[in-house]
Design a protein around this ligand. Structure first.
Ligand code: NAD
Length: 427
């Protein structure tokens, strides 16, 4: 099948490369010319394990990129909308980018005679596909459904494991208004070993929000339990390991720590809160999920100040800037509020991350960045572990280079030991 992918960020680029791997002919579309240029040279605009290899294999054969909507729509049968859906100032979903992409798609569709399917892959609150995107496409194309199809196909991949997750999904959800477009979208995934859940667009939209909100709830629940355990001198990891053996609960997402970040959980929970409010429901639990998540990074600072009350002029090493391991993405990273607070307290921040330094430099251009943990730790008065990079588990003699061997661990990467003053965030 011929596919166009609108928006070549994390989801768009990974989807495009994986659809190419599944044998489809794929054209990527983006308004950012630098991304188009990179893709056409086979260079991934973002880091994802395995992505570079897929681009190398398919660019120039069945994968290309353009900023020309007309060309992409004319030369494809199905278009996936994969543009960003950030939060607005109140935390509600901001649909401006989706609206702009839908308008461009609609205009291009006006010039096409053949049936075309539009698929919303961006995460959008329930009713958006039917009440926002569809009317824009109808208006701009001058066509009505039947002449084109529309489906909602949420994406569940995890950053850092995105290629693996796309190729090995545990669910594929296709919500369509008409059977024809739903059948076409489902058929695109026929090379994968996964049942396709068929439903309507608003249910598909809701499934994505419930999925992310439930995972975020598990994390905030575990963090709250961890905060209580800490006061009682109980190791919350021991508690949750046992609790997770209950098949109704499961062992995943029970690790307490500095909280969740990233481009999805915070904004998606807030967007669902916004949608609930819009329909007259007060979502008390979801609000608490966000509130607990805001507390966690500040607890890192509180624990640090318990040991060093005045941080002015103190060198604090921050290990980990990405919102999680195996990605260069720093969106909503819990390191951001921590570094902000350290700067406000007058501390000298020395930061290290395997992949995310360049991204963090745009937010904090004036802190010190180092290319290794040991360089960031040199002469430090304390160290905060903020991301669960594997390499932080094996740090050992490196701590001896610190001026004062104090470790505040936000990710359970280390354990108590004699030669350092070790403080676990929730354990
Ligand atoms: P992103 O910000 O990384 O990428 C969006 C891309 O769209 C950018 O390259 C941007 O230049 C491009 N773009 C903006 N306006 C455009 C337009 N009018 N026409 C064409 N391209 C345009 O976003 P992302 O992280 O890939 O997320 C995309 C969507 O997928 C969001 O709704 C997000 O919530 C959802 N999602 C993301 C993840 C994830 O892990 N990142 C996982 C599942 C779902």
């Amino acid at each position: 099948m011929k596919i166009s992918v609108i928006g070549t960020g994390y989801v768009g680029t990974v989807s495009a490369a994986c659809f190419a791997e599944l044998g489809h002919e794929v054209i990527c579309v983006d308004i950012d010319p630098s991304k188009i240029d990179m893709l056409n040279r086979g260079v991934p605009p973002i880091y994802e394990d395995g992505l570079s290899e897929l681009l190398e294999k398919h660019v120039g054969k069945n994968l290309s990129a353009t900023s020309n909507y007309d060309y992409a729509i004319n030369n494809s049968d199905v278009s996936f909308i994969c543009v960003g859906t950030p939060s607005d100032n109140e935390g509600n979903i901001d649909l401006d980018i989706v609206k702009a992409a839908s308008a461009s798609l609609g205009k291009a569709l006006r010039k096409k005679k053949e049936y075309h399917v539009i698929v919303v892959k961006s995460t959008v609150v329930p009713e958006t596909t039917e009440k926002v995107i569809l009317p824009i496409i109808e208006k701009e194309s001058g066509k009505s459904t039947g002449n084109f199809g529309i489906s909602m196909n949420p994406e569940f991949l995890r950053e850092g494991k995105a290629v693996h997750d796309f190729m090995n999904p545990d669910k594929i959800v296709v919500g369509s208004l008409d059977k024809r477009s739903g059948d076409i979208v489902a058929s695109l995934y026929s090379g994968l070993n996964c049942e396709v859940t068929r439903t309507n667009p608003r249910t598909a939209e809701m499934i994505k929000y419930v999925n992310n909100s439930f995972l975020a709830t598990k994390i905030s629940f575990s963090n709250e339990v961890g905060n209580i355990c800490k006061e009682l001198g109980i190791d919350t990891y021991e508690v949750m390991k046992a609790v997770g053996k209950d098949f109704r609960i499961g062992p995943h997402f029970l690790n307490s720590g500095a909280g969740f970040g990233g481009s999805c959980f915070p904004k998606d929970v807030k967007a669902l809160i916004g949608k609930a409010k819009e329909v007259g429901y007060e979502p008390a639990l979801l609000r608490s999920v966000i509130a607990v998540n805001e507390i966690q990074p500040m607890r890192m600072i509180t624990l640090l100040k318990n040991k060093i009350p005045d941080l002015k002029g103190k060198k604090i090493a921050v290990l980990g800037l990405a919102f999680k391991n195996d990605t260069d993405d720093i969106r909503e990273s819990r390191s951001i509020p921590v570094i902000k607070e350290l700067i406000e307290e007058g501390a000298i921040v020395s930061a290290y991350d395997k992949m995310a330094i360049e991204n963090m430099r745009r937010i904090f251009p004036d802190i010190e960045y180092y290319n290794s943990a040991i360089d960031a730790l040199r002469g430090a008065d304390a160290c905060l572990i903020m991301t669960e990079w594997n390499e932080f588990k094996s740090l050992d003699t490196e701590f001896s280079i610190m001026k004062n061997r104090l470790i505040i661990d936000g990710r359970h990467m280390q354990s108590p030991r004699k030669d350092v003053d070790y403080v676990g965030l929730c354990w």
